[in-house]
Design a protein around this ligand. Structure first.
Ligand code: ACO
Length: 315
């Protein structure tokens, strides 16, 4: 946890250590961590391993590792030493070297700042072409999705995905949904058109993305292009997309752009009172997950539990 001088992060760490959800490495100034922990009367922080990013005995080792990984980008050794003082870079190097299994950050840093070091150091898995972010949406109304559980993506990373990237996002989200909840993924590729009801290049992109995903993963249950009501409501699905295996039954929603995905998850969270867990980053070679800066202590605990699960799966 590279944001260990942040109050919600320390409160979450205390709960995680108390409940034994994961072993933790806290990155931050040790006296600052002590001061906040004492102020908050936290009882379990002393079970964590604390690393001061500025003064620690592995600093030149990690700077050397960073230099080796990024020298083709023309960085100097001096720049490498400076970079590893940034806890977000140090965290990814610790993971790259196998000294930690995963990372959760974002309570005090913007998404782009959390993602950039992960992209540069950790990179994608051999199968994934692009990293994306999905949300587990837990709805009060259990008639939607799989007993009220839906996966939304991409809500975090790719502003304007290509058809090929959308196909990749669909495949990775189906995998995440199955790995984290055991549901049988039924993927809807969303648009403002259902089965040719509107004609526009952006709708054609969704049709193409659906074709590519089916090609790459023939066993995947996927259909598109579908409007959100056709994807989610049985009666509407039957009338707008008769014969579709997904219409009315979707539990994984793939949005055409980051704007659509990010706005949708926040609207469903705020207006329908859904729990939104994530974003769970998919396609990275190690589990690194990003929080919203508006996150609660519970959100951090949940995301650490998910990250620990992903790390176990990887092993
Ligand atoms: N998947 C995998 N790797 C990627 C991706 C991706 N989607 N995007 C960029 N990269 C890699 C590049 O290949 C490059 O690697 P290299 O340096 O080894 O060659 C590196 O990342 C940097 O690439 P840039 O193109 O320079 O990317 P940049 O740093 O400009 O942008 C970023 C990446 C920050 C993630 C950008 O896509 C972004 O800002 N996305 C939106 C994030 C956001 O604000 N989300 C909404 C909020 S999230 C929420 O509400 C929960």
């Amino acid at each position: 946890m590279p944001e260990a001088i942040e109050e919600r992060t320390l409160r979450a760490a205390d709960i995680i250590l108390k409940e034994g959800l994961a072993r933790l490495i806290l990155l931050g100034n040790p006296s600052e961590i002590d001061r906040i922990s004492n102020q908050l009367k936290l009882q379990h922080i002393n079970k964590a391993n604390v690393i001061d990013p500025i003064y620690h005995d592995r600093k030149s080792f990690y700077a050397g590792l960073f230099y080796e990984l990024r020298k083709h980008k023309k960085i100097t050794q001096e720049e490498a030493i400076e970079m590893v003082e940034d806890p977000l870079y140090l965290a990814t190097l610790i993971i790259k070297n196998g000294d930690a299994d995963g990372e959760v950050a974002g309570a005090m840093n913007a998404t782009g700042d959390v993602l950039r070091p992960a992209f540069q150091i950790i990179k994608t898995t051999p199968e994934a072409k692009v990293v994306s972010g999905s949300f587990i949406m837990i709805l009060k109304d259990k008639t939607f999705g799989d007993d009220g559980i839906l996966f939304f993506a991409d809500c975090a990373v790719n502003p304007v995905p290509t058809a090929s990237e959308l196909a990749d996002i669909a495949i990775e989200t189906a995998k995440t949904a199955n790995a984290l909840t055991g549901i049988d993924p039924k993927v809807a590729m969303l648009s403002f058109s259902t089965k040719g009801s509107a004609q526009h290049p952006v709708c054609s992109k969704i049709i193409e993305a659906t074709r590519i995903a089916k090609d790459r993963e023939p066993g995947l249950s996927i259909d598109g292009e579908l409007q959100a009501d056709a994807a989610l409501v049985e009666k509407v699905g039957r009338s707008k997309a008769p014969g579709s295996p997904i219409a009315g039954k979707a539990n994984v929603l793939i949005f055409p752009s980051l704007e659509a995905g990010n706005i949708s998850y926040k609207l469903v969270q705020r207006l329908a009172g859904a729990d939104a867990i994530g974003p769970v980053l998919q396609g990275l070679a190690a589990p690194i997950n990003d929080l919203s800066r508006g996150c609660s202590v519970e959100d951090i605990v949940n995301l650490v539990a998910i990250t620990a699960n992903q790390a176990n799966d990887n092993k």
